[in-house]
Design a protein around this ligand. Structure first.
Ligand SMILES: Cc1cc2nc3c(=O)[nH]c(=O)nc-3n(C[C@H](O)[C@H](O)[C@H](O)COP(=O)(O)OP(=O)(O)OC[C@H]3O[C@@H](n4cnc5c(N)ncnc54)[C@H](O)[C@@H]3O)c2cc1C
Length: 297
């Protein structure tokens, strides 16, 4: 019935598609339904239909921080479409739709001589995903630049604006993480005036540093674990001799031990086995329970 109602409302959806096509790890089994609302009106209809049928859903951004299990998922996947990819500039503030790639937002800011987003250079997420995860690097994070966020409140079926404070940002997290009660629609960032060439140079420097230190040559999802207080997860994993360890097609990167790479044909179960191995070794050696940064679907 859900599909009939979506069809009736001319809302685009795909069926039985492997989510490996939608994740940076290139791993993941099928979703029975992937819905692509193109604007706020369609999003409202989609959520009404799914809520009426008590159908759980998961909003996927660029899938650059998500591990989808091999057996796929029972949630309906929501991928925000065209109407969520606009960028508007007002003086030193930019409002970007949730599906805008961070790279496009940073490039636009640089073009308009607005600084504050250079740190995102090389983070392959969308604006929505970056907000949820409080994406950060080089000592900066979304918390420092977000002024407000428009969300769709699933329970009340209404759009609201949340202030920076209401988002309760913390290290790689926000109040909206693991909270399917809200969908990010757009994000407004407050930036500062800066020299365009200087911003671009900073972005290039960050990108080059990443290319040197991180395994961009293989599909991955960035850091698998959060850094424990005062230490780095990569250093700990390397210190217990796990760098380079493989299971199936997955490998703890030889370049950066907090990255697990897909060397070809990796399954989610291979990645999960490596994750368990790391967790056990770090606990046995250091009595530290590493916390996962990635989200498992
Ligand atoms: C090579 C590489 C380098 C990386 N480097 C960094 C780094 O330096 N710093 C960093 O913080 N991260 C890094 N990441 C991780 C990742 O890119 C970020 O977490 C990014 O912000 C995730 O955005 P996404 O659109 O891919 O979100 P997804 O992975 O698709 O989703 C992440 C979470 O956000 C939710 N979500 C996404 N969009 C919405 C929405 N519109 N409404 C509600 N919920 C939503 C999803 O449900 C999920 O819970 C890296 C990843 C890779 C592959």
């Amino acid at each position: 019935m859900i599909k009939e109602l979506l069809k009736e409302n001319l809302i685009f959806f795909e069926e039985n598609k492997n989510l490996s096509a939608y994740t940076s790890w290139k791993i993941g089994g099928p979703a029975s339904l992937i819905v692509h609302p193109q604007n706020k009106k369609e999003l409202k209809i989609v959520i009404k239909v799914l809520s009426d049928y008590k159908q759980p859903f998961f909003v996927l951004g660029n899938g650059s921080n998500v591990l989808v299990r091999d057996e796929g998922c029972s949630e309906v996947i929501i991928k925000l479409g065209e109407g969520f990819s606009r960028i508007e500039i007002r003086e030193n503030e930019i409002t970007a739709g949730a599906s805008v790639p961070l790279a496009a937002l940073a490039a636009k800011a640089a073009e308009h001589s607005l600084g504050g987003l250079a740190y995102t250079s090389g983070i392959p997420g969308t604006v929505g995903g970056a907000l949820i995860m409080n994406a950060g690097a080089y000592g900066e994070e979304m918390k420092g630049i977000v002024s407000e966020t428009e969300v769709f409140d699933v329970r009340n079926q209404e759009f609201y604006t949340l202030s920076n404070k209401e988002l309760s940002f913390s290290y790689r997290s926000s109040f909206l993480k693991n909270n399917s009660g809200y969908i990010v629609v757009s994000v407004t960032v407050r930036l500062h005036t800066d020299d365009s060439a200087a911003i671009l140079q900073k972005m290039k420097k960050y990108k080059n540093e990443r290319l040197m230190k991180q395994p961009y040559e293989f599909p991955n999802a960035g850091s698998v674990f959060k850094n424990p207080e005062g230490d780095s997860a990569g250093r700990l994993i390397e210190s217990v001799g796990l760098k380079g360890r493989s299971v199936g097609g997955a490998q703890i990167s030889e370049k950066h031990a907090n990255f697990i790479v897909n060397k070809g044909g990796a399954k989610a179960k291979d990645v999960l086995t490596l994750i368990s191995l790391i967790e056990k070794n770090i606990y046995d050696h250091y009595n530290i329970r590493l916390e996962k940064e990635i989200i498992i679907l």
